[in-house]
Design a protein around this ligand. Structure first.
Ligand code: KE4
Length: 427
């Protein structure tokens, strides 16, 4: 496959940008090789600087649930741009998107928009600490909540891939109140809550983990977290930046029937533009300035372009049958990969939840970060990744990420992908 133009662009980028990328996972460090510089996207496809075409299962790490350059998104963003891109003043478009979110997620009575998932989670934790007047936060090893100092403790996603459980530059004081326990283990949470009784402000969790690879919650796990949070007067925060409007119309909280106190959102709600949010019970969210004393602000928060793109996206995916279709496509890929791996005698653990899917090169089910790091064959993943890339299928350039599908992924894309996988598992 010709990649010389991407290689040139990557060399040039590295003279101006650390590692040549604006987010670490894009540099292909987890799989090796030359990151593809993308010229444009259309529907389910990416087209790179050398003219190669790929079926895209990264979809900008989740946001592009309608596929690339969807006509409705292009129209609403272009139309808004011609009327102005940012005002630093309230617009009706922010209320419109807020209404769509609160209608889909009844637990989100009030919502505040920010520009990234990192801002959403850091703000939610500040709010939880203010509301409970407590300092400690429980998170889960392998779960990633963005790069705010307090979270860079055994995070997932890029940090997991880079093997940097604690980033330099994060002072001990910043993480002193962050308690990290294994995912899918209620006893570990209960023990920490008892040890730090009356000090834990919040439990923050990816209700379906997507940053250590795709690791669904065990049956009863989320219900157990809800009960433990209640028993210890801690807030339960669902980080649904990835799962929101991805695993179900109302997110993981709808899919599993567990109501969090606060919810963090991102990715899909911006329709491919920078937007994220945090929200929850009115009595808690009313503490946020200027309604209350907890300070949080942002120059481009609620940006009109992102608001109209997000609203158009949420309207489109709320149509009847959309999530059934998305879930069906993800399940076809899950089952097709499992069958292809078995036929090639390759140990594989494949899973899907709604329109998220993923797989580990492992012989036993992966339940948490420790088992992902111990059992997932990252070298095998890297070989498979490149074998698929050569065949025009763009998967996440890391074993510790999830895959996604969009409404643009039709039967033809699924069939092509499974044909490529049957060959790649034997490569
Ligand atoms: P951002 O700050 O990157 O918008 O969101 C952080 C974040 C928070 N919570 C969850 C559950 C997330 O998945 C993320 C971001 N996800 C990663 C990849 N899984 C974004 C990709 C990247 O870091 O480049």
């Amino acid at each position: 496959m010709e990649t010389s133009r991407s290689a040139e662009l990557f060399a040039e980028a590295q003279h101006h940008i650390p590692g040549g990328v604006n987010s670490p996972v894009r540099a292909f460090r987890g799989v090796g090789g030359t990151p593809r510089f993308i010229e444009h996207g259309a529907g389910a496809y990416l087209y790179d600087a050398d003219g190669n075409k790929y079926i895209d299962y990264v979809l900008s790490w989740g946001p592009l649930i309608l596929g690339h350059a969807h006509p409705e998104i292009v129209w609403v963003v272009s139309n808004q741009a011609a009327r102005g891109t940012s005002f630093g003043a309230p617009t009706a478009s922010e209320t419109e998107l807020a209404q769509l979110i609160t209608a889909a997620m009844p637990a989100v009575e009030l919502v505040r928009f920010v520009s990234s998932g990192t801002e959403a989670t850091m703000s939610a934790i500040r709010l939880a600490r203010a509301y409970t007047k407590r300092a400690k936060v429980i998170k889960f090893a392998g779960c990633y909540h963005g790069h705010a100092d307090e979270f860079l403790v055994q995070a997932g996603s890029g940090v997991a891939t880079l093997g940097l459980p604690d980033s330099p530059g994060v002072p001990p004081a910043a993480t002193a109140d962050t308690l990290s326990v294994p995912y899918n283990d209620l006893d570990a949470v209960e023990a920490v809550l008892k040890q730090h009784h009356d000090q834990v402000a919040a439990i923050i969790v990816e209700p379906v983990a997507g940053n250590m690879g795709l690791v669904p919650p065990l049956p009863g796990y989320l219900t157990g977290l809800r009960a433990l949070a209640d028993a210890h007067d801690a807030l339960l925060v669902f980080d649904e930046v990835m799962t929101g409007f991805r695993v179900a119309p109302g997110g993981a909280q709808e899919l599993y029937g567990v109501t969090p106190d606060l919810t963090c959102l991102g990715k899909v709600i911006g329709g491919g533009l920078p937007a994220a949010a945090y929200g929850g019970r009115r009595e808690i969210m009313q503490q946020i300035a200027p309604a209350g004393p907890v300070y949080q602000a942002g120059t481009l928060s609620g940006n009109p372009l992102a608001m109209v793109a997000g609203a158009a996206t949420l309207r489109a995916i709320s149509a009847p049958g959309v999530f059934e279709r998305l879930s069906q496509v993800a399940a076809q890929l899950r089952d097709g990969f499992a069958a292809a791996a078995e036929a090639a005698n390759v140990p594989l653990q494949a899973a899907s939840v709604g329109s998220m899917w993923g797989f580990f090169f492992a012989a036993a089910p992966i339940r948490d970060y420790a088992s992902a790091k111990q059992h997932a064959d990252t070298a095998r993943y890297a070989r498979f990744f490149h074998a698929m890339l050569e065949r025009g299928v763009y998967l996440a350039p890391s074993q510790f990420e999830a895959a996604f599908v969009s409404l643009a992924h039709d039967d033809a894309e699924v069939e092509y992908t499974l044909e490529a996988a049957r060959a790649a598992f034997r490569a």
